[in-house]
Write a protein that binds this ligand. Structure first.
Ligand code: SAM
Length: 304
């Protein structure tokens, strides 16, 4: 283990499917090499989102190389902006926070919708010079919208309504600087998960946390960006898993357990039958209605 005290860092975005609550159970299944020596050469997280597992690993272990992939360009931009332009980002976010918190609830709501419109104009425009503003607006909206969701409509506009929080922390300066520190040597790639095949080798640990296979037909939380993560995408992911396995990489993957709804649904048990599968206990939203939370199982697949 490193003698230098590690930075404690947590996700700066609230993210649907975020692994925060499962990490303590998942830790026992991290590679033995990592748990025993505290280090590995490379870490890959090809479905970054809020990065709960990455931040936990970065708070405890050392990696020479880190590769993070995210298909949503605005999320990738946000991570890059924290790494490259933290002072400007924190300044802008602090202003958004003080302006927001100084308002009455009614005025906060109007302020939220005005910022949402501004964000949509920026992300849909071709102007490239607005990276910092897009990143600070993304963090602001994430902290003030309903349930911290990221959802876009068919035109690509972020359309999550206002969330009623009493005193949200919008600019957690200390954590944002810690995030910048752990991203120092990270490659942040806006692209498809399969790109990890390019660099992963026998000294790599790869953790996949793809969009969930929906538990019910009404559960639409898999639509993070515009394309839905279908069963054929899950199969394409399995091919990438196999290729990484052949390269000798250590690979771990999470997903929802289809048996929560249909005990006869063996989709993942069949797909990953040649690997180890364990089931973890989770509490999460089981459909679009945030009140409907329940105890469910999640699966964890490993090739080691
Ligand atoms: C379940 S979330 C990851 C949650 C994350 N582990 C956390 O703890 O917050 C899946 C993420 O994968 C991204 N994604 C979806 N399809 C992708 C693809 N083909 N390649 C890379 N990322 C993708 C989504 O935008 C989303 O942010």
């Amino acid at each position: 283990m490193s003698v230098i005290e590690k930075i404690q860092v947590k996700p700066f975005l609230k993210w649907a499917g975020g692994k925060g609550q499962l990490i303590s159970q998942m830790r026992a299944y991290f590679p033995g090499q990592l748990l025993n020596t505290g280090r590995m050469k490379s870490y890959f997280e090809p479905f970054l989102g809020g990065g709960a597992v990455f931040f936990r690993l970065a708070s405890e272990f050392d990696f020479e190389n880190i590769y993070l992939y995210e298909i949503n360009p605005e999320v990738a931009n946000c991570y890059r902006t924290i790494r490259n332009r933290i002072n400007k980002l924190v300044g802008d976010l602090a202003e958004l926070e003080s302006e927001y918190l100084s308002k009455t609830e009614k005025k906060r709501e109007a302020f939220y919708y005005a910022r949402r419109t501004e964000y949509n104009e920026l992300i849909l425009s071709k102007v490239v010079n607005n990276c910092v503003r897009k990143a600070s607006l993304l963090v602001f909206l994430n902290k003030t919208c309903f349930n911290g969701l990221y959802r876009v409509n068919s035109k690509g506009e972020f359309n999550v309504p206002f969330g009623r929080y009493k005193n949200p922390t919008i600019c957690d300066e200390e954590n944002l600087y810690a995030v910048k520190e752990v991203l120092k040597n990270a490659e942040i790639i806006n692209g498809d998960f399969s790109l990890c095949l390019r660099y992963a080798d026998s000294q790599s640990f790869v953790y996949f946390d793809p969009p969930y296979r929906p538990l019910s037909k009404t559960a639409s939380f898999t639509n993070y960006c515009q394309a839905v993560f279908s069963d054929s995408e899950q199969r394409r992911l399995k091919d990438v898993f196999d290729k990484l396995d052949k390269k000798g990489a250590l690979v771990m993957l999470s997903n929802s357990d289809p048996k929560n709804l249909d005990p006869k649904d063996n989709f993942f048990d069949d797909l990953y039958k040649k690997y180890k599968i364990v089931r973890l206990n989770a509490t999460r939203m089981i459909n679009c209605n945030a009140d409907k939370r329940g105890e469910i199982k999640e699966i964890l697949v490993r090739n080691y």
